[in-house]
Design a protein around this ligand. Sequence first.
Ligand SMILES: Cc1cc2nc3c(=O)[nH]c(=O)nc-3n(C[C@H](O)[C@H](O)[C@H](O)COP(=O)(O)OP(=O)(O)OC[C@H]3O[C@@H](n4cnc5c(N)ncnc54)[C@H](O)[C@@H]3O)c2cc1C
Length: 396
Amino acid sequence: MGSASRIVVVGAGLGGLAAAIALRRQGFEVQVYEQAPELAEFGAGINISPNSVKFFHAVGLADKLHAISAEPIGLTWRDWGSGEIHNCLPFVDFEQRYGAKYYVVHRSDLHRMLSEAVPQSSIHVGKRCTNVESRNGSVGLTFADGTSAEADVAVGCDGIRSAVRSHLFGGEGPRYAGTMCWRALAPTDALPKDCHDRHVNQWSGDGGFVISYYVRQGQFINFVCVRQQPGWTEQSWSVPSSVEEMLAAFPKAGDHLRRMMGAATSCSKWGQFTGEHAAQWTRDRVTLLGDSAHAMLATFGQGANMAFEDAYVLAQWLRAGADDPPAALAGYESVRKPRATWVQQLSRTEVRFKKQASTWDRLRREYVFLTRHRSTTRGVYRSIFGYDPVKEWRGS
Ligand SMILES: Cc1cc2nc3c(=O)[nH]c(=O)nc-3n(C[C@H](O)[C@H](O)[C@H](O)COP(=O)(O)OP(=O)(O)OC[C@H]3O[C@@H](n4cnc5c(N)ncnc54)[C@H](O)[C@@H]3O)c2cc1C
């Protein structure tokens, strides 16, 4: 049985870069292969919740994360017609309750910060992986440009339409979840002061919801508007759209939201897909991480947070089990799969929950919202935000 020292990561998204960072810290030689001709992320915000802020502390990047992030003061539920706040979860005691802060950050800033933590000579762009196969004690990878690579272990971090996953396990690929979203950024100073604040605001209304928050130290408001729409087939994450189209899609949104939508300087749309749940993540010396393993709806803002948790746990299992990589990868999967599957399912049910169809729905949602946070020892928020990949990597 050959031990693991050379690791290939397929995909340089947030998950792939996090994996490279965590693995390098454990002394592995890591090469990252990315299909895009250059490293880039799209312009939008992302929530980094306390569970994965612990990852950044563990890999020595907490100060850098803090420097590029905004710190929201709480999470609200608002009526999207009147703008009235029905409920607010202040973040003031989050660090004490859940062990770390809650941040929001511009994706490009986060992606750049992560990529700068990996030696540029280890990141190979323009390399679309077309085949991965276990050989006797190693893994062989082939790329679309005709080149190839060999490693002791390969980690498929190639997103929801993962080539690595389909080579390992086949399957039908992601399914449309019946909701589509507009994603936009509006400059804060183009909006009246009463239009926004330092919360992560969740605006619910008849058949849809909007999530908005500051990014880039409050210079921009990032917002995502979600509504039901049958029959979306376009698979891109970023279909160009316009303010007019976005406004027309949310005719019942109130004045606050319409002013915010009207001030957007960039706007795109996409259909939400969920990853077909992979029955298995690991085969021999190849495993999956991030969206390739457990793509989920963005309703809880946990897709990337799960990938950061994965990255830490994977590196620990491989360090501890470097002499037997297949067993180490199986250990990683046994710890991560139950948790990621649970959050994946939670995100799916949350979609129905966020759309305020009636007063009854709203009251039920507010009740659940309060009980989620009230408990200091259990409950959904405790389980998501209070999780510490550093303490729990063995699943203890
Ligand atoms: C609107 C929206 C809002 C979200 N908000 C949040 C949030 O607030 N918090 C949160 O935690 N998550 C959020 N998510 C989810 C999060 O963005 C994803 O879970 C996360 O980006 C997944 O990272 P990844 O590295 O696994 O995959 P990806 O980001 O998809 O990266 C995959 C990489 O692999 C490359 N690749 C693909 N195929 C190949 C191949 N064959 N060969 C080589 N390279 C390949 C791709 O080019 C890409 O660079 C949100 C998602 C959306 C859509």
